[in-house]
Write a protein of this length. Structure first.
Length: 545
DNA sequence: AGTCAAGGCCAA
DNA sequence: TTGGCCTTGACT
């Protein structure tokens, strides 16, 4: 059994959540618009060697630590749980990765045209231990996650291949690619915390991140087994509460008039509450031409659509088939996912990516919560992120509270901050520059390559100053005021961190997450400094065990 | 010849 | 009825 499986097996929640669903409004057609001729490209990306050519550093969390280096062993790389019951996946069956038992169950049901009834409310929770209790709901879930009736052969012919073969291949390639990206991100973060090949004793949050299976699009088939059996996905959808609205940003390609080139600034001013230069008279296209290429590049590192997709994807998958979920726990999972995205972003950015892992770790440990708060401000101001959203099960999820790291009482402070930024006409280039300033903090203790961090910080600082002077000449000392906002963000984030830590200590927050690891790292005697790594590591393991 | 997703078999 | 293991056969 792999690390993923053994850890994930401890929580049935995690098990059933992995790939159970995609939000009903998820644009699956755009999620996989690839024509067949792109398959080869996909595979090449998926099989590309890791930067160091080894496929893993000591301490890096890997789904199957011993085999990840083997680029061709896809079975070992793709470690997932059955979307129906959470049991171990045995391969692709009837359209998607499922376990052996659900494969058999689905086959028998379709072949024998079984008709089941549910003695409850047709909403039984299906997991490994309870899957036998209600075949009606089990079959319903099989259909809902995307198992395909048409893959069960009417003629019962054995062997061979069906039309889904190429889709399985693409899906596998995509998972490999995702796995590798995750792996690299985790290496960045874990590298400095591991010692002597030890692996931190917590699971990857990716075990609970929804993995989109390309071919699990729920669909009604002409080969339905029986009208009396589980209702079709369309009916199911009608019975479900409406998912939250799609990301407000849906036209990132639309260039702002402010941008000098069509792809330089991709933000959408129409959804903003704060002004972007495009909405002001002061920033003319002539001035825009003087915006530094570096800031243009910074803006291009932002993927807000992905941010919201993964947010809503996680929210929906975590509540799929769940009557009620613990909203605080859910919030922690979202924060955890955001944190991983944060790391992913950081490790691909200029200045940061050239630093040694230890330095990267220290910078991230110091800035992660500030960046989460800032990201949230950005999402609210520039993408119209609402205060709350309705989950798949009808519960309301407080998105504002998410930005407050779970402290509702900070809402007022947060809104004041947002208003202050709005007055400053805080825009996307401002946001990304401030984010860099938060990350590249040369004052963080214990940084080895201080010069590199300071250079980066000062370069961004200069670029931001130049940008604000060029594009917002009428806002007096916009730069200075923006810089003054940083401590406020930090204070807010610190309050949130404390709150999260306290709830964690009270046993209310999910353990074994990167989020908790970060919270602990900052509260260690050395404050994250790697003076005695072995001791720290042991203490981390002790706390988590 | 190897792979792997179909269907089949059969003990529990 | 379930689910782990076996057989089959198109595809690579």
């Amino acid at each position: 059994m792999s690390v993923t499986q053994s850890l994930a097996a401890s929580t049935s929640q995690a098990k059933s959540d992995i790939v159970t669903s995609v939000p009903l409004d998820y644009d699956m057609s755009s999620a996989d618009p690839k024509p067949p001729e792109t398959i080869e490209i996909d595979l090449k990306i998926a099989y590309v060697d890791p930067p160091n050519g080894t496929g893993g550093e000591p301490g890096a969390y890997l789904p199957s630590a011993g085999t990840v280096c083997d680029q061709t062993d896809t079975k070992d790389v793709i470690e997932e749980l059955c979307p129906v019951c959470g049991d171990k996946v045995s391969g692709y069956h009837y359209g998607l990765l499922t376990c052996e038992s659900c494969k058999g169950f689905f086959k028998r049901t379709v072949q024998n045209k079984k008709v089941y009834t549910c003695v409850a409310e047709r909403a039984c929770h299906i997991d490994k231990t309870q899957r036998k209790r209600c075949p009606f709901c089990r079959f319903q879930k099989c259909l809902d996650v995307g198992m395909k009736l048409e893959a069960v052969r009417a003629d019962r012919m054995r062997g061979g291949r069906n039309k889904f073969g190429p889709m399985y291949k693409r899906d596998r390639a995509r998972k490999l690619q995702m796995m590798r990206q995750r792996q690299i991100a985790v290496q960045t973060l874990r590298g400095s915390l591991s010692d002597g090949g030890l692996v931190l004793g917590f699971s990857s949050p990716y075990a609970s991140v929804p993995v989109k299976q390309e071919i699990q699009i729920p669909q009604v088939s002409s080969l339905t087994s029986s009208p009396e059996s589980s209702p079709g996905p369309a009916l199911l959808a009608a019975q479900q509460p409406q998912p939250p609205p799609p990301p407000a940003h849906d036209k990132w390609e639309a260039p702002s008039p402010h941008s000098a080139s069509p792809d330089a600034f991709a933000f959408d001013g129409s959804a903003t509450t704060a002004a972007t230069p495009s909405s002001t008279a002061e920033a003319t296209s002539t001035e825009t031409l003087r915006v530094s290429p570096m800031i243009r590049e910074f803006v291009q590192t932002i993927d807000d659509r992905e941010w919201q997709n993964s947010l809503f994807g996680l929210l929906q998958s975590q509540t799929y088939n769940q009557c009620e979920v613990d909203l605080f726990e859910l919030m922690c999972k979202v924060l955890d996912q955001n944190l991983f995205s944060q790391v992913d972003w950081a490790r691909n950015t200029v200045f940061f990516k050239y630093l040694k892992v230890d330095d990267q770790m220290k910078l991230l440990q110091h800035s992660w919560s500030d960046m989460l708060v800032l990201d949230h401000l950005h999402q609210r101001m520039h993408n119209g992120l609402p205060d709350e959203t309705t989950l798949h099960n009808g519960q309301k999820f407080d998105l504002l509270c998410l930005g407050l790291l779970g402290v509702p009482s900070l809402a007022e402070h947060f809104n004041e901050l947002q208003n202050k930024l709005a007055e400053l006409k805080f825009d996307v280039p401002d946001y990304i520059c401030v984010k860099f300033l938060l990350l590249l903090n040369p004052e963080v203790r214990g940084i080895v390559n201080v010069k590199c961090v300071r250079d980066g910080y000062q370069t961004v600082q200069a670029a931001l100053l130049d940008y604000t002077l060029t594009c917002y000449p009428t806002i007096q000392d916009k730069f200075g005021k923006l810089v003054m906002v940083v401590p406020e963000i930090h204070a807010l984030a610190a309050r949130g961190e404390d709150h999260l830590y306290q709830r964690h200590c009270a046993g209310q927050a999910p353990t074994q997450t990167l989020l908790m690891e970060m919270l602990h790292a900052k509260r260690k005697p050395n404050g994250g400094e790697m003076v005695n790594r072995s001791a720290e590591h042991t203490s981390t393991l002790d706390r988590l065990s």
